[in-house]
Design a protein around this ligand. Structure first.
Ligand SMILES: Cc1cc2nc3c(=O)[nH]c(=O)nc-3n(C[C@H](O)[C@H](O)[C@H](O)COP(=O)(O)OP(=O)(O)OC[C@H]3O[C@@H](n4cnc5c(N)ncnc54)[C@H](O)[C@@H]3O)c2cc1C
Length: 199
């Protein structure tokens, strides 16, 4: 398995020979393509519905296909299998068929009894939604968070409920975009400067 190690790489990672990415959104497509570019032998999107229901943008799917990402549609992961040292050695999946539409209006994936099989993978990337890291809110007294765990901050200034603490980007808005995070960083930097230079 290829490794990108510190200090050659700021974020050390191991690159799998066969990677499974769970999910069907833009982040899943990005993860699967990135795995290939880093040197993975095979990269699979594992998605429980069919191609028609993929939530990713059309061009993201097309680009993933062009780049060599493979798709396991109508496939539901049941469990990740690992060895004594907790290295991933496979993933048990079950095949699905589409049933009646659910609350989201999309046809619900229904597992087909007896169709379980083991997918031979050594890396699994979970790309099914993003949530805030609970560490900072949990350890910082007086920092107000909403029920999703996002820090409550003024969007124009980054000011939070705790004096001298500023926040912006995904931790405040929830999953958004680079440009919004950069704008929030800039606004917060201005507020921090004013705070530090105020008499
Ligand atoms: C796979 C993927 C693809 C994406 N593609 C796009 C795209 O194409 N275009 C786009 O606009 N957006 C994209 N996004 C969204 C975009 O990456 C985010 O909106 C953006 O990075 C948010 O920036 P941020 O600075 O708020 O948070 P982050 O980029 O998440 O940065 C937060 C940083 O804080 C660090 N951190 C966390 N806790 C602590 C701690 N306790 N102490 C110290 N450091 C800590 C983290 O390690 C991280 O480096 C994508 C997101 C993902 C996951």
């Amino acid at each position: 398995m290829k490794a990108y190690r510190f200090p050659d790489c700021d974020t050390p990672i191991l690159v799998g020979r066969k990677v499974a990415v769970l999910g069907g959104g833009n982040v899943a497509m990005d993860s699967a393509r990135t795995a290939l570019r880093l040197g993975a032998g095979e990269s699979w999107i594992v998605y429980r519905r069919s191609k028609v229901e993929l939530p990713a943008r059309h061009e993201e799917v097309e680009n993933a296909e062009e780049e060599g990402v493979k798709f396991a549609f109508l496939t539901y992961p049941l469990r990740i299998i690992y060895d004594d040292n907790y290295w991933v050695t496979g993933m048990e999946c079950i095949r699905c068929e589409l049933g009646a539409p659910d609350a989201s209006g999309r046809r619900r994936p229904v597992p087909i009894k007896g169709s379980e099989y083991i997918m031979n993978v050594d890396t699994v990337v979970v790309a099914i939604g993003q949530g805030p890291n609970p560490l900072v809110p949990r350890t910082t007294k007086g920092l107000e968070c909403n029920k999703r765990g996002n820090i409550v901050a003024d969007l124009d200034t980054g000011v939070t409920s705790k004096a001298g603490v500023y926040a912006g980007g995904d931790i405040v808005t929830g999953a958004a975009t680079v440009i919004l995070a950069m704008g929030a960083g800039r606004a917060a930097a201005k507020s921090i400067h004013e705070y530090l230079t105020a008499k």
